[in-house]
Design a protein around this ligand. Sequence first.
Ligand code: IMP
Ligand code: MG
Length: 178
Amino acid sequence: MEPSSAKLKTLYSQQQIAQMVSNVANAVDTHFAGIQTPLIVVGVLKGAWMFHADLVRQLKTDLLIDFIRASSYGHSTTTSGVVRILKDIEVDIRDRDVLVVEEIIDSGRTLKFIRDRLIQGGARSVKIAALLDKKERREVDCEADFVGAVVPNHFVVGYGLDWQERFRNLKEVCIVSD
Ligand code: IMP
Ligand code: MG
């Protein structure tokens, strides 16, 4: 099936997504209350760019932003298991608190790789915020600290999530059905 023939069914509306973002932001603010240096909020490109943008606008914590880009999927809808860094962070994370922002955790391989890399880079702490969590799909030991919603094992698109680079701009999160 090609993206052009996809049938989409809304899983989360704009309003539901906004509520998830707000819940995650409140939990992050509570966790980092009293932080001494700005929190470094690292968005995982491309998929997390929209969640990252909405989340940082809700946060009251003193922060700065950065991005990292990793690849594990290629053009397949199943993970290859191999993670590569395509664009690294640019700020110095030594002795700093880092929040990695990801739109969805599936096998957990991408985030485990990124988290381990940031810890090796000298971060004081590395926490993970994920809008969606496909918990039943986990293959490695990597859990998010802040989660918007646990989702069943469906392939979803929209709000940053793509299918062969399509549908990232949808305002809702939709299930692809054939
Ligand atoms: P993981 O390394 O298997 O956890 O894969 C995480 C990445 O796979 C996410 O950041 C997404 O880019 C992609 N991904 C996983 N599930 C979906 C989905 O349902 N739709 C679109 N992309 C997905
Ligand atoms: Mg991603």
